[in-house]
Structure formats: structure tokens, C-alpha cells
Design a binder for this molecule. Structure first.
Ligand SMILES: *Cc1c(COP(=O)(O)O)cnc(C)c1O
Length: 427
């Protein structure tokens, strides 16, 4: 991709030609002097969610009371799952919205290990989200410390080579589990190839789609993926802590034993049987009463993604990321930054990491500088990554231009030196 100019007028022109530009108006954007580049951690609030939730609370809960469950709410986990299925290339009955990503990973990971009880190796990588690795370590502990977790390494801190993955998977491997898009560098795996490697060795695959869903097209069925999990509060804009989803390939659904035997996982929850008899479909991976209000908030947001279309969103995300890197190469690399993400867009998700030894303080200065400075909210990931998230639904080219220009000023004028290196709770 080629950009002619680093001039702001060129950014204005790119926005004018953006066919998804009108989607920005769908979001509550109250402060014109705030550039939000953290939609990969917590997506913005869609305006239609506000009205939708008012209705869910006042009419659904307030007026309809217990009756609301039978007026559609009880089907929300599977109906919403069917919509998300369209974004990730799955069948309607292969996705369920439930619990958190961490809990879903626990349920599916543990169930997967029991398919091949004699195989004792789990393959993941050093780029995986710590929660995913902790959950796997906890599963190993729970099963008596017989399994071992092998983490594929990276030689450059940015990508994981396919050869290294290939070398790690063998006949003793029961489960291969990666984040499809790595949270730090945004490296994106070739899902089809890695899934095939795992299957050739007789192992199951479990992909975490938290940093892909809503920004990158995923083809779970086409890649013959066995299991997957993912967040709805990042690119999907479902709201803080909104419920996650899980995917179980149809022909595995009645073969996997759910590890948590909650009443919603039973074939007939309201028969109140004293003995657990699991549902034969994906419902066996439910646990208890769903967090319905937070789940409702995901519906309008997913609707926006379906209408914008995941292919168009990806196309814009690639173009915007390339534009961001184009500006970074001219303005920021000379100031001591390096690119912490793959240069090839085919190997990159929808955020771009820029590394700088003073990354923490630069990030803090971007977020906290008082007016009239423009505020930029990226996020920081240790030790030196500033992550700039492109949310193609609402990020503009002008915002990218202004944000990069602001980063240049903060470093060039050493504004970051006024900020401390003290870490706070949520970064
Ligand atoms: C964001 C994210 C999570 C978060 O899990 P929660 O249970 O929602 O806290 C897990 N895994 C990956 C890969 C993520 O990006």
C-alpha cells in the first residue's frame, strides 16, 4: 500500500473516501479532543446500546419480570452465538455466548485433554495472553501434574515461525492452543496451516479469538478448527466485562465432557432432576443463569458489525494500520521508536505496537497531558510497547494523523519527562 503524503489534508481526503465513515456516528463520542486508540481493549459505546439497554431494563426486567425469560431472553446465549458465528465462519449452533473468556478456556481446555488421556503435551506460545497460560497451568495442576506445557518461542519478539510450531507438535501432543492474534505484537497466525499441523499429529486445536473477532475475518469451519473462545468487549463493543463466547465444532459437541456440571448444562434444566444428564448440543458448556443484562448489551454492537461486514472492516483496518506505520516510519523511528508488530499486514491483526525505551512515560503523557493538548489513549504493555488499536468501525485517518503527530511532540519536546514511571492498577 502506498501513501503519497504525511500532510493532514491527505488524511482528510482518505476519510472522505472511506465508505464505512458513517459508522462513526453510531458511537457515543463526546470529547472531540480525545483520540481513542484502545478499542482493542475496551470498545466504544454504541449509541443504540443506550436505548436498547434502557428498554431491556425498564420493560424487560421492570415490567415483564420473570416472564421475560420465556419472551426470548432464555435463547439469547444461542441466538447471539448464531450472529457471532457469521463473523467467525461457524455454524449457528456451534457458538454459545457465556461466562468469561478465561472460564471458557478452562472448560474447553479441560474437556479437550480428556479426549486423548494418554497424550501429555500441550503446545502454546510465549505470546499468549497470561490468563490463557495460567488457566492451562491450573488445568495441569488439577489433573495431577502429569501434563506439560510447551511454549513455542520467538526469535524476534514479533512473530512465531511456523517451523518452530511444527517442531513443537508431536505424537504426544493432545492440545495446540494459541491466541490467533497476539495481544502484544499483533502477530497473526495462519490458522489453517497450524490447525492442519495439529490434526496431522492427532491433536485438537483451541484458538483464542479475543484480538481477532470483529476486526479480522476468521474461518473456523474452513480451517476445520475444533474449539475456540473469544471476548465481546474488545472490537465487538459489548461493554466492560461483557460475556464471552465459545465455539465447539459440531461433531465434537456430544463427545466432549463438560467439566462444570451446572444446571444450565443439563438436557432439561427445569426438570430439576437430581442427577446430571448433559445436553447433547453445545448447551452442555453452559454453567448457570446467564448475566443477561451484560449479554443484552452485546446484541446491538454485534448487529453493527454484521451490517458493516467483516471483510470491509478488515480492508479498512489494514489500510489504516498501513497509514499509521507509514507516518511512524517518517516521524517516530528517527526518535528511537521501533516497530513491534509484523510489517506484513497479512501477519498482523488490527493493532500496531510501537516500542520505545520510554514507552511507559510516553503513554502516560499521551493520556494525561492537560488541555489544550490533544489527549490520546493507547495502552501500554510491558516492557516497552505502546499499542495503538485501530477499530475500523470508528477510527478515522485524521485521528491517526493527530495521534502520531502528538506522539512525535511528546518525545521530541521530552514532555514525557514530567511523568513518573509508577505503574497503576489497570494499564
Ligand atoms: C482479553 C483477553 C482475555 C481476557 O479474558 P477475560 O476472562 O475476559 O478476562 C483472554 N485471552 C486473550 C487472548 C485476550 O486477549
Amino acid at each position: 500500500m502506498h501513501f503519497q503524503s504525511a500532510d493532514i489534508n491527505f488524511a482528510i481526503e482518505l476519510d472522505a473516501h472511506d465508505e464505512l465513515a458513517s459508522y462513526r456516528d453510531e458511537f457515543q463520542i463526546s470529547d472531540p479532543n480525545l483520540i481513542y486508540l484502545d478499542g482493542n481493549s475496551l470498545g466504544r459505546l454504541p449509541k443504540r446500546t443506550v436505548e436498547y439497554m434502557g428498554n431491556a431494563i425498564e420493560r424487560g426486567w421492570g415490567e415483564r419480570l420473570i416472564r421475560v425469560w420465556n419472551e426470548g431472553w432464555i435463547d439469547t446465549p444461542s441466538e447471539l452465538g448464531a450472529k457471532i458465528a457469521k463473523l467467525v465462519g461457524a455454524q449457528a449452533d456451534e457458538i454459545l455466548v457465556t461466562d468469561s473468556t478465561s472460564v471458557n478456556l478452562f472448560k474447553l481446555g479441560l474437556a479437550a485433554l480428556r479426549v486423548h488421556p494418554k497424550r501429555l503435551k500441550i503446545v502454546s506460545d510465549v505470546f499468549n495472553f497470561p490468563s490463557d497460560l495460567y488457566i492451562l497451568q491450573g488445568i495441569i495442576d488439577l489433573l495431577g501434574n502429569e501434563h506439560r506445557l510447551e511454549l513455542v518461542h520467538s526469535t524476534d519478539g514479533i512473530i512465531i515461525s511456523s517451523d518452530a510450531v511444527k517442531d513443537a507438535i508431536d505424537e504426544d501432543t493432545c492440545l495446540v492452543t494459541f491466541s490467533h492474534v497476539a495481544f502484544k505484537s499483533a502477530f497473526m497466525y495462519d490458522m489453517a496451516y497450524v490447525t492442519e499441523l495439529a490434526h496431522d499429529a492427532g491433536a485438537l486445536t483451541l484458538w483464542d479469538l479475543s484480538h481477532s473477532v470483529g476486526a479480522v475475518p476468521v474461518d473456523l469451519n474452513g480451517c476445520e478448527v475444533d474449539l475456540a473462545v473469544g471476548c465481546t468487549y474488545k472490537y465487538l463493543n459489548g461493554g466492560p466485562g461483557s460475556p464471552a463466547f465459545l465455539y465447539v465444532k459440531r461433531d465434537l459437541q456430544d463427545r466432549l465432557i463438560p467439566p462444570i456440571w451446572g444446571w444450565f448444562a443439563a438436557q432439561a434444566p427445569f426438570a430439576f432432576d437430581l442427577n446430571f444428564n448433559p445436553a447433547t448440543d453445545i448447551s452442555r458448556f453452559k454453567v448457570g443463569t446467564p448475566a443477561m443484562l451484560s449479554m443484552k448489551a452485546v446484541e446491538p454492537a454485534v448487529g453493527l458489525h454484521l451490517s458493516a461486514g467483516i471483510d470491509r472492516l478488515r480492508e479498512k483496518s489494514v489500510q489504516q494500520s498501513e497509514y499509521l506505520i507509514f507516518l511512524a516510519e517518517q516521524w517516530l523511528l528517527p526518535l528511537g521508536f521501533s516497530l513491534g508488530s509484523p510489517r506484513d499486514p497479512a501477519m498482523r491483526g488490527s493493532h500496531v505496537s510501537l516500542r520505545h525505551p520510554e514507552g511507559f512515560r510516553i503513554n502516560k503523557a499521551l493520556i494525561e497531558s492537560p488541555p489544550p493538548a490533544i489527549r490520546v489513549i493507547p495502552d501500554f504493555r510491558e516492557p516497552d510497547n505502546i499499542r495503538l488499536g485501530i477499530a475500523p468501525m470508528y477510527t478515522t485517518y485524521v485521528e491517526i494523523h493527530q495521534a502520531l503527530s502528538r506522539i512525535r511532540t511528546v518525545v521530541d519536546k521530552k514532555i514525557y519527562e514530567m511523568y513518573s514511571t509508577q505503574r497503576s492498577g489497570v494499564t
